[in-house]
Design a protein. Sequence first.
Lengths: 416, 416
Amino acid sequence: MKVLGIVAEYNPFHNGHMYHIEESKKLTGCDAVVCVMSGNFIQRGEPAIINKFARTEIALGNGVDLIIELPVPFAVSSAEFFSYGAVSILNNIGIVDCISFGSESGDIISLQKIAEILVSEPQSYKAELKKQLSAGLSFPVCRQRALDKYLKIQNDSNESLSSLLETSNNILALEYLKALSRLNSPIQPYTVKRISNCYNTPQLTGSISSATAIRNSIYKSEIDVSRQALPTLAQQIMDREFSLGRGPNSLYSFEDIILAFLRHATPQELEKIQDVSEGLEYRIKNAADNSGSFDDLLANICTKRYPKTRIQRILISLLAGMKRFDMEQFMACGGPQYARILGFNEIGRQLLSLMKKKSSIPVITKASHYKTSDDSPILRMLEIEARATDTYVLAYKNPAFKKAGQEFTQNIIICR
Amino acid sequence: MKVLGIVAEYNPFHNGHMYHIEESKKLTGCDAVVCVMSGNFIQRGEPAIINKFARTEIALGNGVDLIIELPVPFAVSSAEFFSYGAVSILNNIGIVDCISFGSESGDIISLQKIAEILVSEPQSYKAELKKQLSAGLSFPVCRQRALDKYLKIQNDSNESLSSLLETSNNILALEYLKALSRLNSPIQPYTVKRISNCYNTPQLTGSISSATAIRNSIYKSEIDVSRQALPTLAQQIMDREFSLGRGPNSLYSFEDIILAFLRHATPQELEKIQDVSEGLEYRIKNAADNSGSFDDLLANICTKRYPKTRIQRILISLLAGMKRFDMEQFMACGGPQYARILGFNEIGRQLLSLMKKKSSIPVITKASHYKTSDDSPILRMLEIEARATDTYVLAYKNPAFKKAGQEFTQNIIICR
């Protein structure tokens, strides 16, 4: 059985995701699909619009056979840690043959060539990067310039290579490739060229629209106009969730909680959060005092140097009680400490049996069994996940679903 | 100039309060009225329905000449600490000749007689109280029974004496008297008999209604039906506040913040709060996990042993960052550390001049002047007040008024 691994957020699952799965199946000739998916909080530092189990149901009905959770410390992290965490799980479960990700370029050879340079960091590239950075420009720009110079020196006439670093999905693709290389993984990489460059486009653009545009229409209670971009099951499950009073969750749901937490926290406590350094803790504290809304808060903190996603990830870390120290500990222990299953179908059940034999990390199907684990990094990772969910559910309108501890009581999704 | 001191919450100011002020003026023949008033949080462990400065405006327009804030650690405390804090301020400012409080009995001689027994605790009374308490009944019941026995032994045939302990305003009156006695204060006590026994009556009862009934009608957006119970200025200022998006604040405004705080707190952190003991911290933690709403939370914590007001005060302490240690420190330093002025009228201005000469505690008219005070109890008391207000304002609907730091920017109210 040839097994394909993919990494996704499905926030929410839309036609573009379906296209990616179908094309990846054709491209790789795989028999089964495993997906590592963000949980209740996503990479750009936001709560997912519906919870991870509802998103699992949708994905299982649309071509994915087994879903594993990307633990929140990695899910709500830089592209580098996000990719490393996800690829590390796909690598460690021992059953994945190939991985497929979207990219603007669609050219795996070129992407791999750049990834190798970025991982090996040849002396002349490194020197150029350092020179560029000292001029005070942003890291992505400097990296692209340094790569450009390095390729010229190498007499590589392919000018388009460094320009690959200009678009977001190529950049993420490079991070997956870097992670595979660092892990010395035997997993074979593939890329599917994106059919629409609408990632981050805020307007709906027909049957393939960006998740951002779809979320915006949902937040404006205009879910109907986004239906054309969603598979039927995604529509149905979102309708069900919203009518139950679970979602749509957004950062605005946590406006007062975030302001209250920040006003109570000391700068010393904030400084312990990943990515808070160089006095950013004081900037955040001042902004929390001088802001009466979430929009004000972001406007008062963000600059070119402190982009919105970085700040939002810091705020989610605060809500989930995650510290820089936690990430350091997890990385020292090799990354994600377990493969926690969110759901599977019949094929997924077979994958699960295989995984249980081959995985080098614990495969968790019942989180409650690990509540009293002796393994402290496992316990700490689950604790952070539980804390994140205990806060996530506070955004629900229906009190019946706002209780804590759901991380340990919710059953995984089994599709027959 | 004969100066009368009163203690109040004015949440909100109503016709019953006006009656109390007018009767007290007649009874004492005073020339001026100083009021010590709770700030943004009140004794039963709730946010005030409108903020302290708006309440100050109303009181100054209805017979009070100068308002001093009861600092939040004392305002949100047991009847004993509440009364001690307020009477201590009235005593320390050095200008108050008499105090007047409402009571069901209206008989100051009887109340003083009981207060003296409760303060001096004669041996036989103390032994009887201990005996009663060992039977497991609540403190108020045991106290009343012990007093009853003690009075019988003393051959005091006045049976009604111990029954004074049955009603809430008498009990509070006794606390004021106890505080005067403990402070060895020269202030002369008076009591005004309540004309209506509607304290805590949830229904409106005409032009004299309980603050509880008035608040309930406002929370139900039925302020019009409570207008008959409110002086015109109270109506006008509440209308203004609500139309500005400031209030009506209630504990429900803090539902998600409280649940989030409790879910993040450790039992060890909760145990540091005043009145959390004997494992109550675990009871609160469990309830926070198993509750999806504020009503659930209270229902899951409260018992006869843990009454609602005690629990609510604990939750407000959490929001204000107050610890048991803070109260111990303040009491070790004599109680409230300063007299912070919230507002005054022309007569109040003269009182203020007098106070500045005679007060044994600092008289604060600009809190920002004390932001860098060297006196650590003063600084800590202001810090708690500021934290409480920074949380209080989060309940406002209008983001323009939700900024922190208002404790140091808001000017005091001067009525001409």
